[in-house]
Write a protein that binds this ligand. Sequence first.
Ligand code: C2E
Ligand code: MG
Ligand code: MG
Length: 257
Amino acid sequence: LESALRHALERNELFLRYQPKVDTATGSMLGVEALLRWHNPVHGTISPVRFIPIAEETRQIIPIGEWVLRTACLQQVVWQQQGLSLTMAVNLSAAQFQTSNLIEVVASILDQTGIDPAFLELELTESTLVHNPTEAAETLEKLRSLGVGIAIDDFGTGYSSLSYLKRFPVSTLKIDRSFVRDLVTDPGDRAIAQSVVALSSNLNIKTVAEGVETQEQCVILKAMGCNLVQGFLYAKPMIAEEIPLAYAAISSVQKNC
Ligand code: C2E
Ligand code: MG
Ligand code: MG
């Protein structure tokens, strides 16, 4: 896999899928998350859960991540021109976050693609940020000053430090799927989700619930005040061409829980 991955980018084996994020208040689609996919002629389709750790180890994630960011930004601009105002969320790996020229790379991609930075959000996990919090805070401030949003992905599963929520310029918290899965039956998960929403709203941070698969979960999350939901209930990650249709379908159905 490691050697196959080395050629994946140049051989056009990588592509992106986009998963809608839906506003709980209006039922309309406000944005998407770009999710990386790899299809190799020999190995078939390989899950990002498998190949991203390899790409991180070999530092291939740096050119790959740059390609993801550029491709996602270009796509956002295309949709914008078609009249679809969608926020684009892009996952950033720890190795990428720690590169010394990250700010220059992001700034030049913003410039080259012409995306309005207000429509770009970078998703980082807690483990990326706790490694060196002082340096992380500086990098996040620089990213924010470019105008892009910062989301904490898989919130609650890592070293959830409450002090960094105050120190870091975070715009969104993503409640991890492990708390959403048993929301209906597990009072403990409900208490955690509710607390994350309350904390976020007091700190002026938006919340997104990941992995929402049922109407019941959505109803509970909406009642809690969670701003956005993302999951198979609304849509699976899809190719770019399917998004305009999903946009219209989600907005018209108003599968508003
Ligand atoms: P993530 O960023 O937390 O992405 C959410 C994952 O949950 C995605 O898996 C998505 O397909 C899946 N998911 C969404 N809704 C549901 C649902 O309702 N039920 C269930 N069971 N799953 C749902 P995916 O696409 O396999 O990605 C896995 C992880 O790989 C991502 O987790 C992210 O950490 C990483 N990843 C994906 N693309 C990129 C990328 O471009 N760069 C980096 N650095 N990491 C990426
Ligand atoms: Mg993510
Ligand atoms: Mg996540």
